[in-house]
Design a protein around this ligand. Structure first.
Ligand SMILES: [Zn+2]
Length: 185
């Protein structure tokens, strides 16, 4: 107990140097700020951080080098976007699609085929698929390895959330099932 008191003793007599440093930084920041308000055009008072007429915030002035850098980056970005766009539009997609031959069994994966096969309405089938995806998510969470107890706990929460989402989706599927299809059975 006495050791702690002795260690904390010099803390009280530390010079207020951090305060001085902050002051210098603040002054430097104000010097790089805009001279006039961008909203109403009033000149800012010395050292002010807000406009005294409209209350607008005093924004920082970008110096010439920063502006040039921004322009260069913007130019490069536009060039890259244009290149990618021309590359994508240059590819003859229709020719590629006509050349690819899908195997015959792939038609069983078509949505209406599955719908006919399972015998569910569209909304129910969508809910069912979402539910299956959530169950898959809950199983994939099991691939995560936990090193600490907190990690393990977090993984259990993830799994519980995935399973809850799956349950909600399946319940929605049941509710969305058309009563007419049930009557006809
Ligand atoms: Zn103003």
């Amino acid at each position: 107990m006495s050791e702690v008191a002795q260690e904390t003793q010099p803390e009280f007599w530390r010079p207020p140097s951090p305060m001085v440093g902050e002051e210098v930084v603040l002054r430097a920041a104000i010097q790089t700020m805009a001279e006039a308000c961008p909203r109403c055009g009033t000149e800012f008072l010395f050292g002010s951080r807000f406009c005294h007429t409209c209350g607008g915030r005093r924004s920082e002035v970008l110096d010439a080098t920063a502006k040039a850098d921004v322009a260069v980056v913007a130019g490069l970005w536009e060039l890259a976007v244009a290149r990618v766009h021309s590359a994508i539009t240059g590819i003859p997609w229709s020719k590629i699609w006509s050349k690819i031959k899908f195997p015959a069994w792939l038609r069983y994966l078509h949505f209406h085929e599955i719908k006919r096969w399972v015998g569910l309405s569209t909304a129910s089938l969508i809910a069912f698929v979402i539910g299956v995806a959530c169950v898959a998510g809950a199983l994939l969470v099991g691939l995560l390895t936990a090193k600490t107890f907190v990690d393990w706990q977090a993984i259990q929460f993830y799994r519980a959330e995935w399973l809850l989402a799956a349950t909600a989706s399946f319940v929605a599927g049941i509710l969305l099932k058309k009563p007419s299809s049930r009557d006809s059975e």
